[in-house]
Design a protein around this ligand. Structure first.
Ligand code: NDP
Length: 420
């Protein structure tokens, strides 16, 4: 019996909100608040047309503005806020949650919109030097809220998507049921889907392109090892998808898993990309279209990557055209009762099946379902405890059970092929 404010109404939000309506024992009232309220109204109309028992309202919010978020929270009085806007808004939404005394859940760690901001740059450069990785996003900003959430008796759950999110829960589950100690973790994110466009991104283009055009990195023996973008390539034969090229990327869960998995020696993250995607991205990068620094164009200030976003297909529109499957999971190596062991936990998700069920492609689906589950476990008290947490710090069993129930069944392979 919970009231939840959902901030953002894009691809991920649409799935998370529809899944909340399937879980109406937990979520009795939802307020969908976003920048473009017409999208919230359209989703509300769709769900009401299907006869949802959940009471849905909508609101306009500028989630860059703490006062405006507080206004919406004060009017609606939710028990918790699910942030499925952009990583740029994480801190403002956390501030508003603290001010209003409500719990917080998100799917991606904080990243600044303006990477030229001098105050942010100074902190970033210090972190690059101290930690040894150069990604624009890291957990330090949100972990810094731990004491305030603890003192306020509030829960903040960070990164309740698929990766991070389900991959973090898979790790906690492996540690709880299969290992005394995990030594290596390879997170493999394969999208075998085809949308038929020469170039499009499966989620927010700005966030996606910033992530994949950055340096790669992995965690080994207590420190970060950085690589050039796409420098490390492997091939893997993914169950139900087939052989794909995959590339090592920096990814946010490596940072929290390195901290939270005792004795882990190496953590890597690989994502599959086709050659056409990589060629387009390199070309766009070479001509400056991935830049986040504003330029003056005929008297207007424009940010190249935001202009590119306006040209590319809306990720939410890929659903009807995308065929094929995703396979995302983790290969763990370690020891149990003194014996070496390797297991692979993964989920396979079919783009067309997602579209038939909710009108979304699998990337939004695989993120939106765990966003609902993380929020539900906080809402019903199972995961409620004061502080700021990553998902691997929570009991994985109820989350794993809900993955099976809400459309993301998983498999444990006890004799998988490993990645060299
Ligand atoms: P979209 O771009 O589709 O949706 C973002 C939504 O946030 C839009 O509705 C947008 O409004 C709204 N929004 C943006 N800025 C503001 C603002 N200042 N105030 C209010 N609303 C705002 O993104 P996705 O749905 O693809 O992604 C959502 C989140 O999920 C992102 O943080 C992304 O990084 C994360 N993600 C996490 C994954 C994981 O596995 N952990 C995987 C994929 C995504 P408008 O409609 O006006 O543009």
């Amino acid at each position: 019996m919970s009231k939840m404010l959902v901030i953002g109404c894009g691809g991920v939000a649409s799935v998370a909100i529809q899944k909340c309506c399937q879980n109406h024992e937990t979520f009795t009232e939802l307020c969908i608040a976003s920048r473009t309220v017409s999208k919230c109204d359209a989703l509300k109309a769709k769900l009401e047309g299907q006869g949802t028992p959940v009471k849905i309202t909508t609101a306009t919010v500028n989630a860059d503005d703490v006062e405006d978020i507080k206004r919406v929270i004060t009017a609606f009085q939710p028990d918790l806020v699910l942030n499925v806007a952009l990583p740029y808004q994480d801190l403002t939404i956390m501030d508003a949650c603290l001010a209003c005394g409500v719990d917080y859940v998100d799917t991606a760690n904080y990243e600044p919109e303006n990477t030229d901001d001098p105050a942010w740059r100074a902190a970033y450069e210090k972190r690059c030097k101290e930690e040894g990785f150069t990604a624009y996003f890291d957990y330090s900003w949100q972990w810094a809220y731990a004491k305030r959430f603890e003192e306020a008796g509030l829960t903040a759950i960070l990164g309740s998507g698929f990766d991070p999110g389900v991959t973090s829960v898979f790790t906690a589950y492996a540690l709880k049921h299969y290992f005394d100690e995990i030594h290596t973790i390879d997170i493999l994110d394969c999208n075998g889907g085809d949308h038929g466009y020469p170039f499009a991104t499966n989620f927010n283009p700005e966030i996606n392109l910033r992530e994949v055009s950055a340096n790669g990195s992995y965690w080994e023996n207590g420190h970060w090892v950085e690589t050039k973008p796409m420098e490390i390539k492997r091939e893997y034969d993914f169950p139900q998808v087939g052989k794909k090229d995959m590339y090592l990327l920096h990814h946010e869960e490596i940072e929290s898993l390195a901290k939270n998995v005792p004795g882990v020696r190496r953590i890597r993250f690989f994502m599959t990309f086709g050659q056409s995607y990589l060629t387009h991205m390199k070309c766009l990068e070479n001509v400056g279209m991935l830049s986040t620094s504003p330029i003056n164009f005929e008297g207007h200030e424009i940010v190249p990557i935001q202009f590119l976003k306006a040209l590319l297909p809306d990720p939410a529109s890929l659903g009807p055209r995308t065929v094929g499957k995703t396979n995302i999971g983790c290969i763990f190596q370690g020891v149990k009762d003194g014996k070496e062991r390797t297991i692979y936990i993964y989920n396979v998700c079919d783009h067309q099946a997602c579209y038939r069920e909710l009108g979304s492609q699998a990337i939004s689906y695989t993120t939106g379902v765990p966003a609902m589950i993380g929020a539900a476990l906080v809402a019903n008290g199972t995961w409620r405890k004061p502080g700021v947490f990553n998902l691997e710090q929570m009991d994985p069993d109820p989350f794993m059970e809900m993955l099976n129930r809400y459309g993301l069944p998983w498999v444990v392979d006890e004799a998988p092929a490993t990645v060299e």
